[in-house]
Design a protein around this ligand. Structure first.
Ligand code: G3H
Ligand code: 13P
Ligand code: ZN
Length: 325
């Protein structure tokens, strides 16, 4: 039976983005794959009074299992309320590949979906995105579309080079699709290797500004926005891992983007790195430990601290809502 997201206590992104735009911050969109990640995200957002978008990729959905999703989303909202927090919580499908995936997620209680038509040509992207909007809006579910292609790997699709969003195509795309927010390509990319060593690690804020001029106040989304903290790369490598030449997006550039019409910033990789660093450290320092609660708790804490730091210093969404304790 289909589930309505409102019955889970979830919100769509409409008011979240309106408020973020007005106040000059961006809403954190954190991916999760397991309970500790979800707990780390929720604890951080509740303690900081930040709205949150819980992101589930199709890979994460497969890993977690459909039937768990509505129940853990509701548990996340219940957790916030039990702490006296009124933060809005959205459950979002990340990189939805087609209308079938979107329909399935809306039935599972998602309050927001992305249709990633960025690998189609312009006309096909409009057609596919419009179909999703027409369906999702019947249920008041928000829709994010994407124009431009990020370099790197997304699920099974990979692109060698960025194709930056063309500012002059944006108005036509919005009119043709009816989407609620737009993901753009300005030099961010997925994963831990966003720039090559020696390359100037800059995103194209100039293109962002041109896009904003075309669609003033319309919610813009940045994917691939992990900062890849050197601290976690060092920890991973110190404690037996091997990650070379990892470079992310600078906090300064993300902060600049947050103050503009960028309303949603996606972070997945940084959570993965913090979690992995914590587990590796624990196993290296306490090789006899085999209670998952003991080796996962510090890893969860690293994630939580990282999210809190970002909320305060990068997204600027701290104290947008009542804090919980
Ligand atoms: O955009 C990609 C996200 O980081 C999700 O990654 O497909 O490995 O879950 P995933
Ligand atoms: P990162 O790989 O930079 O964390 O990006 C995540 C993302 O864009 C999810 O859609
Ligand atoms: Zn993405």
């Amino acid at each position: 039976m289909a589930i309505n997201y409102k019955d889970l206590g979830l919100s769509n992104t409409k008011e979240m983005f309106a408020k973020a735009n007005k106040k000059g911050y961006s809403v954190p969109a954190f991916n999760f794959n397991n309970m500790e990640q979800l707990q780390g995200i929720m604890e951080a957002c509740v303690e900081m009074g930040s709205p949150v978008i819980l992101q589930v990729s199709t890979g994460a959905l497969k890993y977690i299992g459909d039937s768990y999703i509505p129940n853990i989303a509701k548990a996340a909202v219940d957790y916030a309320r039990s702490k006296g927090s009124d933060i809005p919580v959205a459950l979002h499908l990340d990189h939805g590949p087609d209308i079938a995936a979107v329909k399935k997620c809306i039935d599972l209680g998602f309050s927001s979906v992305m249709i990633d038509g960025s690998h189609y040509d312009f006309a096909e992207n409009i057609k596919v995105s419009k179909e999703v909007v027409e369906y999702a809006h019947k249920f008041n579910v928000s829709v994010e579309g994407e124009l431009g292609v990020l370099a790197g790997v997304e699920d099974d699709v990979s692109a060698e080079h960025h194709t930056y969003t063309e500012p002059q195509e944006v108005v036509e795309f919005l009119k043709g699709t009816g989407i609620d927010s737009l993901a753009i390509a300005i030099g961010t990319s997925h994963g831990a290797h966003k720039f090559k060593p020696g390359e100037d690690p800059k995103i194209r804020i100039d293109i962002l500004k041109e896009i904003e001029k075309e669609i003033p106040g319309f919610p813009i989304v940045l994917h691939g926005s992990s900062s890849v903290p050197p601290k976690f790369i060092h920890m991973i490598n110190e404690f037996g891992g091997k990650i070379a030449d990892a470079i992310g997006i600078s906090d300064e550039q993300l902060r600049e983007a947050s103050k503009s019409a960028v309303s949603k910033i996606n972070v997945d990789t940084d959570g993965r790195l913090a979690f992995t660093a914590g587990i590796r450290e624990m196993f290296a320092k306490k090789p006899g430990e085999f209670d998952p609660r003991k080796y996962l708790a510090p890893a969860k804490q690293y994630m939580k601290d990282l999210y809190k730091e970002k909320i305060e210093h990068v997204f600027g969404s701290i104290d947008a809502y009542k804090r919980g304790n």
